[in-house]
Design a binder for this molecule. Structure first.
Ligand code: 9MR
Length: 612
């Protein structure tokens, strides 16, 4: 308002208001006014941030919602053609919704009625405009490709040439061909200091280590994506070195990690090392080829064995049709899975307790623990995948769905078993039918809980139903909730499930209480300072693209300064020191890939062409 009056008055040049007498004075006053106008334009840029929406865009026939954080003024909004400024749609803001997490009010701008393709901005009555966005078919394809390419950038033990990595090209690091057996993992055949070769895999996150437990859910999520949408995935080209081979890019990417995971099994007994790691985290400013500290495989655990059993069993059936391109690999996977399972039967509860370990063994290991206290869900998951791939009764009895299913995380994986049962109707016919029915009932129950009261939530997202959604890696909570809903949608085609998933994609891409798109390189405002050694050390201003920042986490375990606020849904800071809110991780990127690819595949199948 101030800006508006200032410009009006200064150009009017009233001698009563401005003692302007000469041409020079007029010129000076005009320059000053232009400076003010520029300032005002910058201010209104800043005000952009009060309009929260998917900064990429919307499907023509899909839902389209923006949220006005702390709206003031008339309850109307318009959608403008971004280039011409013409108004193409007018709407009324919904009544205020109280955000119980922050105490703030939001208002919804619903413009689902606008279906014409184009590039637009949302404008409020006071002139505030949103970031530009598009309405078009296949609007999330670039994000889907970018998120899968995020895994390419996480590849270890290889150079990334400019032709595939652009500005983020880099030299080879972490060959991992001479990895030491840590004292906690020593056996008679592989004593302390024994060297094994365990190359490849993806960097887990912002750090340079690799962990079987977290690789488990990540790899399985990508394999499940392939099993759920094989047709779409076969034509999903992401410009990686293997793009022209006869294996879909998604599976080529999976193979980079799967082959590493297989090396983590000790062939002598079938046990699986928990992780391959430096004793402590590397400094933030070292590129992979500069980070050359000794690396160890550490303790065999039940969680690691069950994770490898589940993933290798699933991979065995997914890779079976690629016998010609990948001779023998499906068979090796199944063999590894069976041996890992047998080890876990003999060793049902060897948990990873890092502090305890450090009391008995040297050197101390202080990197990520992924120390799951309860491995019963891992047992159910591994047994399910083995059963579905072999149809052998021995794997059926350990499968139980007695407890309610929860949205998957690295330490809660029972839902992954349910997904596979849902998907593989033929293999779960007969003796497994009651299990499949229970899995279906539980996925539907969880989905109904997730979408209940959506219409009253401040950001109209499934995400954020309770403060508990905002944990370390909350962005992946949103993506994994969406996968639950997509599984339910695949069962009964209920539109509210698909829309719930889309709402959470909107959350990740900007319709949230922080105003960030959490995917690097995508949107108008995304984190620039992720906690990610590769991005910090490479001297490139832009972060590595296609990576999902962890998102709000009121735990603030990193104690970084500058968090936006203490409200659970705003507790985020775009600072590289913030590993608790702004790191990236493979188990967060995988559900993003799943979500973006799945909605694109469904859009292609025309599911999103029906009116809501
Ligand atoms: O994602 C993990 C989170 O659930 C845990 O609370 C946290 C602390 O143990 O660790 C997170 O995982 C980190 C791992 O331990 C090491 N690599 C980076 C991971 C993401 O921050």
């Amino acid at each position: 308002m101030f800006c508006f009056f200032w410009i009006l008055l200064s150009f009017h040049q009233s001698p009563y208001l401005h003692p302007i007498t000469t041409k020079k004075h007029i010129m000076q006053a005009r320059s000053f006014s232009l400076a003010i106008a520029l300032l005002c334009s910058l201010l209104s840029q800043a005000q952009n941030q009060s309009i929260r929406l998917n900064q990429i865009g919307f499907y023509p026939q899909g839902p389209k919602i923006a949220v006005i954080a702390q709206a003031s003024g008339p309850n109307v909004f318009s959608i403008l053609d971004a280039a011409k400024g013409d108004t193409v749609y007018r709407g009324t803001l919904g009544s205020p919704r109280k955000n119980s997490l922050s105490g703030k009010n939001t208002q919804i701008a619903d413009f689902s009625g606008l279906q014409k393709t184009g590039k637009y901005q949302l404008a409020l009555a006071d002139g505030t405009r949103s970031y530009p966005f598009e309405i078009k078919p296949l609007v999330h394809r670039a994000v889907a490709i970018g998120a899968l390419r995020g895994f390419y950038f996480q590849r270890m033990s290889t150079a990334l040439p400019t032709s595939f990595a652009g500005s983020w090209a880099r030299a080879t690091g972490h060959p991992d061909t001479k990895v030491l057996v840590h004292a906690s993992a020593a056996s008679s055949q592989r004593p302390v200091g024994f060297e094994i070769s365990s190359p490849g895999g993806w960097y887990d996150a912002g750090d340079y280590n690799k962990y079987i437990v977290n690789s488990g859910i990540t790899t399985a999520t990508l394999l499940s994506l392939y099993e759920d949408f094989p047709q779409y995935c076969r034509n999903f080209n992401t410009n990686i070195p293997e793009s022209n081979n006869q294996v879909p890019d998604l599976l080529d990417e999976v193979l980079w990690n799967l082959r590493w995971m297989l090396t983590m099994q000790d062939p002598n007994d079938g046990g699986v090392y928990h992780k391959l790691t430096n004793p402590s985290f590397d400094p933030m400013d070292l590129m992979p080829h500069q980070a050359t500290k000794p690396r160890y495989v550490v303790q065999k655990t039940t969680a690691a064995a069950l994770n490898l059993a589940a993933v290798a069993a699933q991979a065995a059936r997914v890779l079976r049709p690629f016998q010609q391109q990948l001779p023998g690999l499906a068979d090796s996977c199944l063999l590894v899975a069976r041996k890992a399972w047998d080890w876990a039967v003999q060793n049902p509860k060897v948990l990873y307790e890092q502090n305890e370990l450090n009391k008995s063994f040297d050197p101390d290991i202080v990197t990520g623990a992924y120390g799951d206290r309860n491995v019963e869900d891992e047992r159910v998951w591994a047994a399910t995948e083995l059963y579905l791939s072999t149809q052998e009764a021995q794997y059926l009895s350990p499968i139980q769905f007695n407890n309610d299913l929860s949205v998957p995380t690295w330490n809660q994986v029972a839902a992954l078993a349910a997904y596979s049962l849902l998907r593989l109707k033929k293999q779960s016919a007969g003796a497994a039918t009651p299990l499949r029915e229970r899995a279906i009932a539980q996925i539907l129950k969880l989905s109904d809980q997730l979408v209940a009261d959506l219409d009253s939530r401040p950001y109209h997202t499934v995400m954020g139903k309770t403060a508990r959604d905002f944990v370390w890696g909350s962005s992946a909570v949103a993506a994994n909730q969406a996968i639950v809903l997509l599984q339910a949608y695949r069962l009964n085609k209920k539109g509210e499930y698909l829309q719930g998933a889309l709402h959470n994609l909107d959350y990740v891409l900007g319709r949230n209480a922080t105003g960030y798109s959490f995917v690097t390189g995508f949107g108008s405002k995304y984190p620039l300072h992720i906690h990610h050694r590769l991005s910090e050390a490479d001297g490139v201003v832009e972060p590595v693209p296609g990576l999902l920042s962890g998102g709000p986490n009121p735990g603030k375990q990193d104690k970084c300064p500058g968090y936006l606020s203490d409200a659970p849904d705003e507790c985020f800071v775009d600072d590289a020191c913030s590993y608790a809110s702004n790191e990236i991780a493979i188990n967060w990127n995988a559900p993003l890939v799943y979500l973006a690819v799945a909605v694109e595949a469904l859009a292609q199948q025309k599911a999103l062409k029906k009116k809501r």
